[in-house]
Write a protein that binds this ligand. Structure first.
Ligand code: ATP
Length: 247
């Protein structure tokens, strides 16, 4: 693991993570723009959080060589004594933001390209025996128009999964089996389900089931077999048309 000593001065806050802010930082020594993801917890008390952070570092170190997975440079400690992950800075926010802002400019070829690249990133994780477990449009960042899978906090190596962990994740992206069966363990197919919901979002622009405010009511709705309506989704018509052309 690379441990970097970086004298971080005046970083800009670009996001709020579960355990602290995410900063953009121009690292002048190496002319590199990086994102610093801060773990703002009391390291002597929050042992499980530390384990999650270390887990994320270990996984990132293994898989961050792929163009569709965020690059991981190392770890640093800031002047307040908090650990920070040093990551590649993604210049176009999350896939969700990107679709909201750029949808009208995107051609079908662009959308298919984004979808294909996410699939490549996910395949790479699975080939390395890693289940992401929390794949959704906010955990995919866009850098120079390329999607990068990120946020491995909940990911596990396949053989490390010992208990089910079905309650986490953005509900609409969670494989419905996790909602109806609390013994069900997330697996690679769960990631593929989440990827399917992301495809729906790429083609329709909007996140799945946006009108549900309560996580619980959405979970009940999905577990009853309800899904987003393909008829509202122009993309499926287009894809049908495209595939019939290819036959
Ligand atoms: N490498 C990066 N480059 C640019 N922006 C980033 C990067 N990493 C995170 N961000 C920004 O910071 C926000 C929060 O980051 P992130 O989702 O990784 O935090 P988190 O702790 O995992 O949050 P949560 O657990 O709630 O998903 C992201 O939505 C994104 O806007």
């Amino acid at each position: 693991m690379m441990y970097l000593v970086v004298h971080v001065r005046n970083p800009t806050v670009i996001g709020i993570g579960g355990f602290g802010n995410v900063f953009k930082y121009e690292w002048r020594d190496s002319e590199l723009t990086v994102a610093l993801k801060c773990l703002k917890v009391n390291t002597s008390i929050d042992v499980n959080i530390i384990k999650g952070f270390i887990n994320e570092l270990k996984l990132l170190r293994r898989v961050s060589k792929h163009p569709n997975v965020i690059l991981f440079y190392g770890v640093t400690k800031d002047s307040n004594g908090y650990y920070n992950m040093v990551l590649q800075y993604a210049d176009n926010k999350t896939l969700r933001d990107y679709l909201m802002t750029n949808f009208t400019k995107l051609e079908w070829a662009d959308k298919l390209c984004i979808a294909k690249e996410i699939a490549h990133g996910l395949l790479f994780l699975h080939d390395n025996n890693i289940i992401h477990s929390d794949l959704h449009s906010k955990n995919i960042l866009i850098h120079q128009r390329q999607p990068k899978i990120t946020d491995f906090g909940l990911s596990r190596q396949k053989n490390e999964i010992t208990s089910n962990s079905n309650l986490h994740g953005i509900q609409a992206y969670v494989e419905p089996q996790c909602l109806v069966n609390d013994k069900y363990r997330r697996n690679m197919k769960s990631d593929v389900y989440s990827f399917g919901v992301i495809l729906w979002e790429i083609s329709s622009r909007r996140p799945s089931f946006p009108s549900f405010e309560s996580v619980l009511s959405l979970a009940v709705y999905i577990s009853k077999g309800n899904r987003e309506d393909p008829s509202n989704n122009m993309a499926l018509d287009n894809i049908d048309t495209a595939s019939s052309h290819n036959q």
